[in-house]
Design a protein around this ligand. Sequence first.
Ligand code: IPE
Ligand code: IPE
Ligand code: MG
Length: 258
Amino acid sequence: MTPTNLPRWTDEAPEPGVPEAPPRHVAIIMDGNGRWAAARGLPRLEGHRRGVEALRKAIRAAHELGVRHLTLYSFSVENWSRPAEEVSDLMNLLRLFIRRDLAELHKANIRIRVIGERGNLPPDILGLLVEAETTTRANTGLDLVVAFNYGARQEIVSAVRRIAEAARDGRLDPAKIDAGLISDHLDTADIPDPDLVIRTSGELRISNFLLWQSAYAEFAFLPMHWPDFDKQAFEEAVASYRSRQRRYGGRLAARAGA
Ligand code: IPE
Ligand code: IPE
Ligand code: MG
């Protein structure tokens, strides 16, 4: 792709029909590091390390493909149930990633945001996440959303709790509760819903990721494991997205091939 025909970012909500613009928001379930390693007789940690390299490639490719918001599912609230050694390896990789890459991401004008629960994180991890957010707060390039210690049900529960408290205290009329108000109480409040959700590793499930936000997302389930994900795979997923007919429950005009 030459610089002259780079797709332009758009902040317009996608219209029904075949998308003309690149997806505004791509969200990725980066899965299959363990199986990638096992297939090569390597420790799982090596799969996670290679996963971080694939993540760097995905960030670059997102920018080149004209994606405005990229959400990466890095650690789920359910992932704490893994053996302590693996959890500690994953925490260490996040520490390393922020320490090594933050300056470069900042230089590339990337804005970092973190979604997920913060209360039970190791204090130094929380500090690094906050540092990444504050350092890059004013950046205007790719919006990188890191879903860390994230669970969609927990996110919805916490939104419902805050809405209920507002109603109890008389600050909110329950009749005013609508979908927009619920969206505004999620961690993703000012991020548009994902247009495209990609999952690697061949699993056909959501695993507690962006349940509310992906109501009308398009999905791409790829057979490859996450360490093998590259720009070509990203391009193919985006090309597939751009061949879909998004109907949002309606009917397209006959000339659009509905
Ligand atoms: C994805 O790879 C990374 C995280 C969930 C943190 P996995 O570790 O889930 O690898 P598989 O799915 O077991 O192969
Ligand atoms: C989803 O992958 C979570 C992340 C990619 C961070 P998992 O490997 O945890 O999901 P399941 O257990 O296969 O559903
Ligand atoms: Mg997995």
